[in-house]
Design a protein. Structure first.
Length: 279
């Protein structure tokens, strides 16, 4: 009887080892202001389609992502804005083994490594997430990062952004145009003087798909930021862009939340703790 009880406890502990992907962000609350992620309105409605990922690379959490298994795109990625001058790393693309099923792998990994060294099949990986071949035949679209490598200050943190769980199909002209300008020029200007800048970048699911219907093409991409000086929240800002136009609309945090509320069928969207000003 004692042995059976011990086995049950062990099994429970092994399952909890995977809970960071499927139940909460409790392993990486540091990427959200006051540890509070956006409310549940943004989440895929069916629990089996939701995956909360603490994005882990080289024994450290680098950022957090809410992932939609069915649409095979991230809903949002949350991180702390730390632009640096470190050179961009070599582009290895990663996937998330914890989305595949029960296994002991806790970090992002390359498809080839999962297949050659851990005996996964490509079909097993494809069931729960996008893979490289989904993005190889895009026409007029590019791999759009929610957390771009240029917003990180170390080689390892930059490398961690090259995971397909952080990527959406983004309109090419927007990707290299106004969204790129916003990410790398406007963000630097707006965050000047901030001690810490919390960022959440998201994608609104669209009605069309690419990769033979496997990967959703978002209708919009958006970004919200909350700036702290010391421990005090001083300002916020937001932006949104339609995913078929080269135009970015600058908004206050309150205006962005109102716009997302409209896009999510009138369900009220709250992105940050109330201490972050809305105007």
């Amino acid at each position: 009887m004692l042995q059976l009880l011990l086995l049950q406890v062990l099994a429970s502990c092994l399952w909890l080892g995977h809970s960071e992907v499927v139940t909460s962000f409790e392993s990486c609350p540091q990427f959200f202001y006051e540890g509070a992620p956006p409310d549940a309105v943004l989440e895929p409605q069916k629990p089996e389609h939701r995956a909360r990922i603490c994005q882990r690379y080289r024994n450290a959490y680098r950022f957090a992502t809410l992932y939609d298994r069915k649409r095979r795109i991230p809903v949002y990625s949350a991180y702390i804005y730390k632009p640096g001058t470190v050179k961009k790393p070599h582009k290895w693309w990663y996937v998330e083994p914890q989305l595949i099923g029960k296994n002991n792998l806790t970090e992002m990994e390359r498809e080839s490594v999962l297949i050659d060294h851990y005996d996964f099949t490509l079909d097993q990986i494809k069931q729960s997430q996008a893979v490289l071949e989904d993005y190889n035949q895009l026409i007029g679209l590019d791999r759009g990062y929610l957390n771009p490598s240029g917003h990180q200050d170390s080689i390892d943190s930059k490398t961690a952004t090259f995971t397909l769980t952080n990527i959406v199909p983004l309109y090419n002209s927007l990707y290299i145009g106004q969204w790129n300008t916003y990410e790398f020029t406007t963000m630097r200007e707006k965050s000047e003087g901030c001690t810490t800048t919390y960022v959440i970048t998201g994608a609104v699911p669209g009605k069309t798909y690419v990769a033979q219907g496997r990967v959703n093409r978002p209708s919009h991409i958006w970004l919200a930021a909350c700036c702290l000086v010391g421990t005090e929240t001083t300002k916020t800002w937001g932006a949104i862009a339609e995913n078929d136009k080269n135009h970015v609309q600058n908004l206050s945090l309150g205006e962005l939340e109102a716009r997302l509320t409209e896009l999510y069928d009138g369900r009220k969207v709250t992105l940050f703790n109330n201490a972050c000003p809305r105007q």
